[in-house]
Design a protein around this ligand. Structure first.
Ligand code: CTP
Length: 427
């Protein structure tokens, strides 16, 4: 990881971050996060539960945060009555790192019985939690329901990683690394209104997709020939970005996996950058199990080079031909993985639009496909407008006229919402 916290000094200096630590083995990593935030200039206050201090120490937390540790509801000092209010009004962001199944359940039920939960209850800014627990606990339907409740009111959940757990089993539930949490802190503080824990924000997040995770892919892929050259396509990423923004507006938690584009990262959307089709495949597979909806608007490369030259190939020694091999079909790979997401694909066709799209819908085992024409003016990958036919798994077809990609994104999501049984209209 090449994160240099000092690169973010200008943005983070003077930002107030409250960190709650709860009792999980991953609490040993929280001091590393505190260190990153302090090195980036943020002010940090730490509130620990009693069991958190079985996994890390007061001394470590106070030394790294350069602030007294808060642990008690009723400390024996003069500010006792207002301590939780003081930190709640001081913080620009409230993190819970790690968040155990227990704290997630307590917060989701509105319990305030210690310094951490009381302070959080009195706090109205953005909140992010980094769950860490054994895979069975993480996949327990009650934990899932509680996380859904927190998402619905605007809390950001920093998804755990998969890998070897402290109990020597393998699975999902390992806390995100401090560097990833740091990156998410930057994202949240850039668009804090998206993750607020107050009633105004909760209202904006209560849409038909509230509590749902939408994974969108966008843009082209690049397949490298040498250190400076690549094969790519004309995709601008506009369709995928419009879908990500609309899904967010409908209340979803959105992850956008984007190839190289000239577009700005949408505020409030977790954006993962990739270049090659193989990287796109890996990120989609990594995220699919936790997604409710996948919309595959990216334009992967269908071929990649057989050889790659580390050195720039000189003009004089230019190859007469490029040897290519097919890339994996990402949607087909998704269909082999255990997931329950509703999957929407696109079909770009220069002839037999509906017939070819129907075949792709079947072959790639999709729930819906958006067929659009290639080579038609006002439609296709690099145009701001598009013309599309929506084809459902049932065979139902909706023909749409040419329109802005933002409007088309709304219609695709309305149809998806209806087909998922979430039953709401946006317009
Ligand atoms: N797609 C994919 N993996 C690939 C290529 C495409 O998952 N390697 C996805 C696209 O994101 C899109 C759908 O498959 O959602 C159809 O893409 P399209 O380019 O229309 O079709 P291809 O499968 O590439 O087939 P062809 O080029 O022969 O039309």
């Amino acid at each position: 990881m090449t994160l240099n916290p000092e690169d973010h000094k200008e943005f983070l200096t003077g930002k107030h971050i409250a960190i709650g630590i709860t009792g999980g083995i991953a609490a040993y990593k929280t001091p590393l996060l505190i260190r990153l935030l302090r090195r980036a200039g943020a002010d940090v206050r730490v509130i620990a539960t009693e069991s958190a201090l079985k996994f890390t120490t007061r001394w470590t937390l106070e030394t790294l945060s350069e602030n007294p540790l808060e642990t008690e509801m009723f400390p024996e000092d003069s500010q006792a009555e207002t301590r939780h209010i003081s930190t709640a009004t001081w913080a620009d962001l409230f993190l819970i790192v790690p968040a155990t199944a227990n704290i997630i359940g307590k917060i989701a039920s509105g319990i305030s019985d210690d310094a951490l939960t009381t302070t959080l209850c009195a706090y109205t800014g953005p909140v992010a939690l980094a769950p860490a627990m054994n895979t069975n606990m993480y996949e327990n339907p009650i934990t899932k329901k509680n996380l859904g409740t927190l998402r619905e009111v605007g809390y950001r959940i920093i998804d755990p990683d998969s890998g070897e757990m402290a109990c020597h089993t393998f699975g999902v539930g390992r806390m995100a690394e401090p560097e990833r949490i740091f990156e998410e802190v930057l994202e949240i503080l850039r668009a804090p209104e998206t993750h607020r824990n107050d009633s105004a924000a909760a209202t904006t997040l209560v849409g038909p997709l509230a509590g749902k995770k939408v994974l969108v892919t966008a843009g082209p892929c690049r397949e490298p020939i040498d250190s400076v050259r690549f094969i790519s396509n004309r995709s601008s990423g506009k369709m995928g970005y419009a879908l990500a923004e609309q899904a967010l507006a409908l209340g979803a938690e959105v992850t956008l996996i984007s190839g190289p584009t000239a577009l700005e990262k949408p505020a409030g959307v977790k954006t993962i950058r990739i270049e090659t089709t193989q990287e796109l495949l890996e990120k989609v597979i990594e995220n699919i199990a936790t997604s409710n909806i996948l919309i595959m608007a990216a334009a992967p490369a269908d071929f990649t080079t057989l050889e790659y030259s580390e050195q720039k190939i000189k003009k004089g020694s230019s190859p007469k031909s490029l040897n290519l091999k097919p890339t994996p079909d990402i949607l087909k790979e998704v269909s082999k993985v255990d997931h329950s997401a509703f999957v929407v694909g696109f079909a770009l066709e220069s002839e037999n639009l509906v017939e070819n799209a129907r075949r792709k819908l079947r072959d790639k085992k999709l729930d819906m496909i958006v067929a659009n024409p290639a080579g038609e003016s006002g439609a296709g990958p690099d145009s701001p407008t598009n013309r599309a036919v929506l084809i459902e798994k049932s065979g139902e077809t909706t023909e749409l006229s040419r329109m802005e990609k933002t409007r088309l994104a709304q219609i695709i999501l309305e149809k998806t919402i209806a087909l998922c049984g979430l039953g709401a209209q946006t317009t």
